[in-house]
Design a protein around this ligand. Structure first.
Ligand SMILES: [Zn+2]
Length: 392
């Protein structure tokens, strides 16, 4: 008995010390003097929704946004995302886990249905669920996906692919070819080039870039050609893997602006999903500088999106997260020009995430929702149809 007690005691000591060692903290500067608080973006009169821009900050909780505010604009300043007139809270659990991954998290938004971690537009019973993007296509709207990860990563894939595992990115790239999505912009050339080419992560000889161009897409791979290309069908892959964070070109704002320029030519409207992918990656690394840089890139995109939506008046913009990553929190700091960011895990957390909305019917997003309700709401309010739906 005494032996077991001492084992338990030892285990307790070991577990508490290891937790204490794992808790990483960083000192990050606060913008001084603070910027002045700018006005909120206005509520828009309710009317028909022509366009939907659904924005996912992967791994983006309240602490990520608020520390971004302190770092970028100071105590009294506001990020663009914080100026959106409506906010809500979203529960994020998956079908099989309390802590979701990005596949189940994005599928809840795209399909309005719970699924298991790792599954993309695909339900635990093997059925494929129809996505809001696919409903928009049925109505003759143009569609687009923008991300700073590989464009075949879990979040964008959940809108235009149906597969049991997010790891099958080469197969997801092949599914995109026949998806009818008009604009793809992001990283991940490695899944589109044949295995013979350096850096390829395909296990076959298919050159999907060639197949896309044969299907009428223009292919671009740098910021300059992205800007000058005028095609209605655009595949832009700007890096082999995820897009670099420190020297990102084009920026998320530049990609999103281009996507809106192309998609808004359609008189029937459009559905665009934009992901700030790497706030999550910064969380996995417990890297505060990386997180601040990614929040800045994300917020510059929000500014560009809201600018379009304000002029347009018929665009619903929803900004939320699939889950929080890193268990980021803010601790007291002796120096008021600094803050202490503490990380409590290298994985995702179950803390509910913030949601912000702008545009017609934005007020419907106020309050505390389940992530599947958000997917259903977007489809219903935009007149796209009822979610969830099974694809026959
Ligand atoms: Zn993650």
């Amino acid at each position: 008995m005494r032996f077991f007690l001492s084992i338990i005691f030892l285990a307790l000591i070991l577990s508490t010390t290891s937790v204490a060692q794992e808790l990483k903290t960083d000192t990050i500067s606060v913008q001084v003097p603070s910027k002045e608080a700018p006005a909120k973006y206005p509520l828009v009169e309710d009317g028909p929704i022509k366009n939907v821009i659904f924005i996912i900050g992967d791994g983006t909780g309240l602490a990520q946004l608020y520390s971004g505010q302190l770092n970028l604009v100071g105590k009294d300043g506001r990020l663009h995302v914080q100026r959106m007139p409506v906010s809500g809270i979203v529960n994020t659990h998956a079908a099989n886990r309390l802590i979701t991954d990005s596949a189940a998290g994005a599928t809840a938004y795209s399909c309005g249905a719970k699924t298991n971690n790792g599954m993309i537009g695909y339900l635990p019973n093997g059925e494929h669920c129809k996505t809001a993007l696919e409903l928009a296509q049925d109505q003759g709207k143009s569609t687009g996906l923008v991300a700073t990860s590989t464009i075949t990563h879990a979040t964008p894939a959940s809108y235009a692919a149906h597969i049991d595992s997010r790891a099958k990115q080469a197969e997801i790239a092949a599914q995109y070819l026949n998806s009818g999505v008009d604009v793809f912009l992001g990283g991940g050339k490695e899944f589109f080039i044949p295995q013979s080419e350096e850096g390829s992560r395909r296990e076959d000889d298919r050159n999907l870039i060639d197949e896309f161009t044969s299907n009428g897409y223009a292919f671009v791979d740098d910021a300059t050609t992205l800007k000058s290309e005028n095609s209605d069908h655009l595949l832009g892959l700007f890096s082999l893997a995820g897009m670099p964070s420190e020297t990102r070109t084009p920026t998320l704002a530049e990609m999103s602006t281009k996507a809106i320029d192309v998609l808004s030519k359609n008189d029937n409207g459009f559905f665009l999903m934009i992901e700030g992918s790497q706030i999550d990656w910064a969380g996995h690394e417990n890297n505060s500088d990386y997180a601040m840089r990614e929040v800045a890139d994300f917020d510059a995109m929000i500014e560009a999106v809201i600018k379009f939506a304000m002029e347009d008046g018929e665009t619903l913009v929803v900004v939320t997260a699939d889950h929080e990553t890193g268990g980021m929190t803010l601790q007291s700091s002796a120096n008021e020009n600094e803050m202490t960011i503490a990380w409590t895990t290298g994985y995702h957390t179950g803390i509910p995430v913030p949601l912000m909305a702008f545009g017609p019917h934005a007020i419907e997003f106020t309050g505390w929702h389940d992530n599947t309700e958000i997917g259903k709401l977007v489809a219903r309010l935009a007149g796209l149809g009822t979610l969830p739906q099974i694809i026959e």
